[in-house]
Design a binder for this molecule. Structure first.
Ligand SMILES: Nc1ncnc2c1ncn2[C@@H]1O[C@H](COP(=O)(O)OP(=O)(O)OP(=O)(O)O)[C@@H](O)[C@H]1O
Ligand SMILES: [Mg+2]
Length: 296
């Protein structure tokens, strides 16, 4: 799969344009990236991996493994201590302010708790995604072009939010807020979306909607999605590639098919029977544990 895309096609039937380039070429490459916090405290150690354009990559691992640190090093919200990070072939760790600003335009971010301005409307929040293209004064007084407003509306429509466009964000459900967060990231026209536990605060139905949209974004728009997840089953279902981290190190990189039960236990540093996925389904629970509850 080395072919290049044409202009950006559609998402949920809505045409979206982009300056996106070649499909399935390497977009992001980390080489021996480490992050040290304290004297003996390494959040990341020699992390190396790459992601292609249009690839859906999930990062899984136990709490404290370094997933958020890894994601935030990519857009330099966190400064890596060592190593190289290349985005579209350019070294990011040495970028100055202007280059960093351009880099951050190309990298959208989606947060667990949405990070919206709750008292502002949906459309205003989405247009905030354009601030990286403005000089500070124009941004501050909310000068957006008709083209930008049209684009924001198209994206909201694609995400099923047309009817909510002029509502204040504090009137939305969590799932709707997360779609606004995705819309704000998409209006940036990114090449890469970083999503830090985007479904951790959502119910199963809203989680599916969000994951379906993220998958659709990779397939129809060719944007690379890098997503931190605690739900292994979700990673297995949606990903092209899964990266497992433990103790700041990459301990697995492969396809969902390659992620065996043994490897999952290795990633989480746990023995068989210790993970939620090891629990027998309700009604199948037999033996002493079941009996103890019945008697108790
Ligand atoms: N600002 C900081 N100062 C010092 N240590 C930090 C800081 N941020 C993170 N750490 C440490 O770095 C390690 C990795 O943290 P990180 O938040 O990346 O883990 P995570 O895999 O995202 O965890 P979770 O699944 O709970 O979100 C942890 O040991 C954490 O305590
Ligand atoms: Mg985290």
């Amino acid at each position: 799969m080395n072919e290049q895309s044409g202009p950006r096609t559609t998402m949920c039937g809505v045409a979206l344009t982009s300056n996106r380039g070649v499909l399935m070429t390497t977009l992001l490459k980390l080489d021996n990236v480490s992050k040290q916090y304290g004297k003996d405290s390494w959040a990341l150690q020699d992390v190396s991996f790459s992601a292609k354009s249009g690839e859906f990559v999930s990062i899984i691992g136990p709490s404290g493994a370094g997933k958020s640190t890894m994601l935030r090093c990519v857009n330099r919200m966190i400064e890596p201590s060592q190593g190289s990070i290349q985005f579209q072939g350019k070294e990011t760790t040495s970028m100055g302010r202007q280059e960093l600003r351009r880099l951050r335009r190309s990298i959208g971010m989606v947060f667990q708790h949405f990070n919206l301005v709750e008292r502002l409307s949906v459309i205003e929040n989405v247009l905030h995604g354009r601030l990286g293209y403005k000089n500070p004064l124009a941004g501050a007084i909310g000068i957006y072009s008709q083209v930008e407003k049209r684009k924001a509306q198209d994206i909201l429509h694609a995400l099923g939010l047309t009817d909510h466009m002029f509502k204040r964000c504090d009137q939305l459900s969590g799932g709707q807020k997360q779609r606004v967060g995705i819309a704000r990231a998409l209006v940036q026209e990114p090449e890469l979306l970083l999503c830090d536990e985007p479904i951790a605060s959502l119910d199963p139905s809203a989680s599916k909607t969000i994951m379906d949209h993220l998958r659709s974004i990779t397939e129809s728009m060719g944007i690379t999605v890098l997503v931190n997840l605690h739900q292994v089953d979700v990673a297995l279902h949606y990903s092209d590639t899964i990266i497992g981290v433990n103790g700041g190190k990459v301990v697995f990189r492969g396809t969902p098919d390659e992620l065996t039960q043994d490897r999952i236990h290795h990633i989480y540093g746990s023995a068989s029977g210790e993970l939620i996925m090891d629990a027998p389904a309700q009604g199948k629970l037999k033996g002493e544990a079941q009996l103890a509850y019945e008697i108790g």
